[in-house]
Design a protein around this ligand. Structure first.
Ligand code: PGA
Length: 223
C-alpha cells in the first residue's frame, strides 16, 4: 500500500475547496487505474485541508481508501485553550493528522514536548499521527506508525531530494519499530514515479502539487 497525503496548508477558500473535491471525484471516476489501485488496497489517499473545511468535505468523497486528515492537532484535550482544535473535535472527520510539520516547528515554536503530547492526543482519539521530521536529529517517538521525512531545503523549493539520498537517510534513522516511511518535499507529477516505485518509500506528502487536482491525480496514477 502506498500512502499519498495532500497537504493543502493555509490555502483555499471554501468554494475553492469544494471545486477541488468535485474535480478530484471526476478525475478518479474517469481513471480506471487509480480506481483499481484504490479498490485493491494498493493506494491510500489522505486529504488534509484546513480545519474549517474538514466536516464540510468529508462526506463528499465516498471512494474506498480516500479519507481526510488534519494538518495539526492540539496538544490539549479540551478546556480553556483559546483557538485550539482538539482531537476530540475532529475525530469524527479525520483518520490521520500531521504532527510536527517543519512549518509549525519554525513558525509556531512547536517543540518535542508539544509534539509528544499531540501524538498522544491523536492516538487517544483514534486518529493516526503522521510524525513529520526534518532530519535525523528530530525525535522519533516509539509508538508512531507513520514518519514523514521532509528535509526543509526541499519543501516548496523545487529541490526534491534524490531517492538514493533519501534511502541512505532512512537507514540512519534506525527505526526501532516498523514504520511507514513517507517522503515529502517538492514532489510533483514529473518526479513522483521514482519514489513510488521504490520499496523503501511507503508514500508521499505533497504540498504545492496537491493544490491542483490534475497534478495530484497524475501522481496517484503512477502508483
Ligand atoms: P511541497 O510541500 O510539496 O510544496 O514541497 C511539502 C510539505 O511541506 O508537506
Amino acid at each position: 500500500m502506498k500512502y499519498i497525503v495532500a497537504n493543502w496548508k493555509a490555502n483555499k477558500t471554501l468554494p475553492e475547496a469544494l471545486n477541488w473535491i468535485k474535480d478530484f471525484n471526476n478525475l478518479i471516476e474517469n481513471n480506471s487505474r487509480v480506481k483499481e489501485a484504490l479498490s485493491i488496497d494498493k493506494l491510500s489517499v489522505i486529504i488534509a485541508p484546513a480545519h474549517p473545511f474538514i466536516y464540510l468535505l468529508k462526506d463528499l468523497i465516498t471512494t474506498k481508501n480516500v479519507c481526510f486528515g488534519t494538518q495539526d492537532i492540539s496538544s490539549f484535550e479540551e478546556g480553556s485553550y483559546t483557538g485550539e482544535v482538539t482531537a476530540k473535535m475532529i475525530t469524527l472527520a479525520a483518520k490521520f493528522t500531521l504532527v510536527g510539520h517543519s512549518e509549525r516547528r519554525q513558525n509556531f515554536h512547536e517543540n518535542e514536548e508539544n509534539i509528544g503530547r499531540k501524538i498522544e492526543q491523536a492516538q487517544n482519539y483514534g486518529i493516526e499521527p503522521i510524525l513529520c521530521v526534518r532530519n535525523t536529529s528530530d525525535k522519533i517517538y516509539d509508538n508512531v506508525n507513520f514518519v514523514a521525512y521532509e528535509p526543509v531545503e526541499a519543501i516548496g523549493t523545487g529541490k526534491n531530494q534524490d531517492l538514493k539520498e533519501i534511502t541512505a537517510i532512512k537507514k540512519q534513522f534506525a527505526f526501532k519499530t516498523p514504520v511507514k516511511f513517507i517522503y515529502g518535499g517538492s514532489v510533483n507529477e514529473i518526479n513522483s514515479k521514482g519514489y513510488l516505485h521504490d520499496q523503501e518509500i511507503d508514500g508521499l506528502l505533497i504540498g504545492t502539487a496537491s493544490l491542483y487536482p490534475h497534478s495530484f491525480v497524475q501522481i496517484l496514477d503512477q502508483v
